[in-house]
Design a protein around this ligand. Structure first.
Ligand SMILES: Cc1cc2nc3c(=O)[nH]c(=O)nc-3n(C[C@H](O)[C@H](O)[C@H](O)COP(=O)(O)O)c2cc1C
Length: 292
């Protein structure tokens, strides 16, 4: 039998096979609520060993796209319960992807009274769809002050706890594809001069503090993260190759210290072999690699 169809077991991760469904935004969550159509969609895919959901916002200010779901209200937790129930009936595991879009947002997509936020006020170049006003340039983000950073961390932890209440087997932090956590890792998008900007340690701090607090709240075996070193998605400008390498080597070794279940690496564009090797050597639990 092909290995892909055989059970997978490593650390706390036990799956009925090696098939992992990639997270995919579907934009079907009217009013940011998971609904019956989504429950059917995920249940239909429960032959996979592990399903990673579409990016789901931990807070109203992270809802940068129209019709993406959230996991911060009681009604959202209730909606997700129907999804996890159906997937578990199919024998699959399901992790909720926590995606705070940060500056990849337009204010018209956010609920009344909220504004897109970022590590800086640097606006992303490009356009985003809004239901209200069609295609629009990305909004200029409000730079998070320290109280704002603490609020983001708190929102992520609460969202992870909500995910467990909704029946998820774990959460995946979206640290990839140009959203808030990758914005914080990136030296040209994060130009802060406080403890959350500058050195590799400082730029990794937001992601690692969120990961550490979520691990303490729900357990390391229920936490994964997606990263995309060298990706330019969502206006992430290229930066010095050695700096990228060092950033992800450091991040991986700190995540290893937290003993999280997996790192999910987007290998698109192809990551240099030495960076793959550094991640592999630094991190001993499971790696998922997504290639073209
Ligand atoms: C419509 C669409 C929505 C996506 N939504 C997400 C998402 O919510 N979270 C995420 O991490 N990746 C998302 N991705 C990226 C995919 O998970 C995948 O990595 C990417 O499509 C590369 O695989 P491919 O070359 O087979 O398309 C999305 C991709 C597409 C095409």
């Amino acid at each position: 039998m092909k290995i892909v169809l055989t059970p997978f077991s490593k650390g706390g991760l036990q799956l009925k096979n090696h098939v992992v469904m990639a997270p995919m935004t579907r934009s079907r969550a009217l009013n940011n609520l998971p609904n019956a159509l989504m429950a059917t969609y995920y249940k239909q895919r429960s032959e996979a060993g592990l399903i990673i959901t579409e990016g789901t916002s931990p807070s109203p200010e992270g809802l940068g796209y129209s019709r993406i779901p959230g996991i911060f209200s009681e009604a959202q937790v209730e909606g997700w319960r129907a999804v996890t129930r159906g997937v578990h009936e199919g024998g699959s595991k399901i992790f909720l992807q926590l995606m705070h879009t940060g500056r990849i947002a337009h204010i018209a997509n956010l609920p009344e009274g909220y504004q897109p936020v970022g590590l800086s006020t640097i606006q992303a170049v490009g356009e985003i769809f809004t239901d209200a006003e069609g295609m629009q340039e990305y909004s200029v983000p409000v730079a998070l002050d320290i109280a704002g950073i603490n609020r983001v961390i708190h929102d992520f932890v609460k969202a992870a706890q909500n995910a467990i209440q909704a029946g998820f087997d774990g959460v995946e932090l979206h640290g990839a594809n140009g959203y808030l956590l990758e914005q914080s890792l990136h030296p040209q998008v994060n130009n802060r001069t406080d403890a959350y900007g500058g050195s590799i340690e400082n730029r990794s701090r937001l992601t690692l503090e969120i990961a550490e607090k979520i691990v303490a709240a729900i357990g390391p075996e229920k936490v994964g993260i997606r990263i995309s070193p060298y990706s330019q998605l969502s206006d992430m400008p290229p930066y010095d190759e050695f700096e990228v390498h060092q950033t992800y080597a450091y991040l991986s070794s700190e995540l290893n210290r937290l003993d999280i279940a997996y790192i999910h690496v987007s290998d698109n564009p192809a990551i240099p072999q030495k960076t793959h090797q550094a991640i592999r050597e630094a991190f001993s639990n499971t790696l998922f690699i997504v290639t073209d």
